[in-house]
Design a protein around this ligand. Sequence first.
Ligand code: NAD
Length: 440
Amino acid sequence: MIHPTTEQPADIVARLRATFRSGRTKPVEWRTTQLRRLREMLTTHGDDIAQALYADLGKSSTEAFRTEIDFTVREIDHTLDHLSEWLRPESAPVPAHLGDDATAWTQYDPLGVVLVIAPWNYPVQLLLTPLLGALASGNAVVVKPSELAPAASSAMARLLPQYLDTDAVALVEGAVPETTALLAEHFDHIFYTGNGVVGRIVMRAAAEHLTPVTLELGGKSPVFVDRDTDLSAVAARLARGKFLNAGQTCVAPDYVLTDPTTARALESELARAVEDLFGTEPQHSPEYGRIVNERHFDRLSALLASGRTVTGGAGDRAEKYLAPTVLADVAPGSPVMQEEIFGPILPIVTVPGLDDAIDFINDRDKPLALYVFTDSATTRERLAAETSSGGLGLGLPLAHLTVSDLPFGGVGESGMGSYHGRYSIETFSHRKAVLSKPLA
Ligand code: NAD
């Protein structure tokens, strides 16, 4: 793994392409060796990685292991368990006009050299999960961690070359200039996680080379809470999902939609749930994270005036601490409802009923996730059928992305393409159609 100051993007890509052309990355043994080494890196250096995540985001060790390190290890194990089965060619029926002796099948071909661009909020998981999917598919890979999580970025730059085949995996650290230079190169797939503005830049650059892209973006993920639901249980699950990583999670519940009576009752339950999680002084809770930088702290602080504070509202800029906050009486036109919050503020917006909630969701960009709390099967079915979102969580936020056999990805403004488990193989391979007919 060579640092960009000594090796230019064009040279890195040429070097990795030569490795790919040599055929080295294709055998399943090479792929599984890389995955095992990555696993060894995570288990051996888990504490170092957790420390880096604490330095960047005030992430507690428990959270770092649960949502980044162990998460990635589980994904590796799942892939190792199933890779041969996933890669098996699939036969297809042959039409009669081709004769009895013809056979047809599909097989997965690796794409070549893949670029993975990662964000800062889960800087390890969101770098390594696409990487392991690309390696399992037999590709050479360039990874670009986010410059906004510098400790995690340098930990990855230090550790990955000690474990992975450096002729097939390169890490480039850097910000916009370095990423722009990388994007000028010809890759066979670009996998980008981050915001939609940069997603458009990535897609434009990819179009120059007709390179396919996966865009894992974000947006406002709504929560619908039905009347007559167990609000104490709803609040406990919502607070856990929302305030994980101080709300800086792409699939975090962004806002709550409910009727005015339920909203009133939910307010106090949410305040209690926050206290159960982080005590009366969340600033001193070892389990509560920090905002990534001052720019985001200031952006979030400006949103606090968008409603009546139910709980939280306090901040400490020097520590980049923003209290877990619930806002009530929030108008749809208020600043907090204009863009993805990506921080520890949960607004409650009221609607008269289910039809209005469905309209509210459909009037806006398709979200990365929709969460629904209701005891009614009809309500669940209506929301599933009448709205579109990357994923749907019934009764539990965030957890769908921990199911390796589910595709994780967005739709519309929340992204395109998906990954995890076998869907990573779909993303990082070409499914080649093969027809075979003997001459005699
Ligand atoms: P970020 O600022 O770290 O940017 C992401 C990557 O893009 C970084 O590697 C960065 O260097 C690169 N980048 C930034 N500007 C660039 C430019 N002009 N040209 C080329 N590359 C550039 O992260 P972010 O975008 O602030 O991340 C937050 C967003 O990501 C949120 O919208 C969130 O919902 C979304 N997100 C989505 C997922 C998902 O899996 N769908 C996961 C995490 C975050």
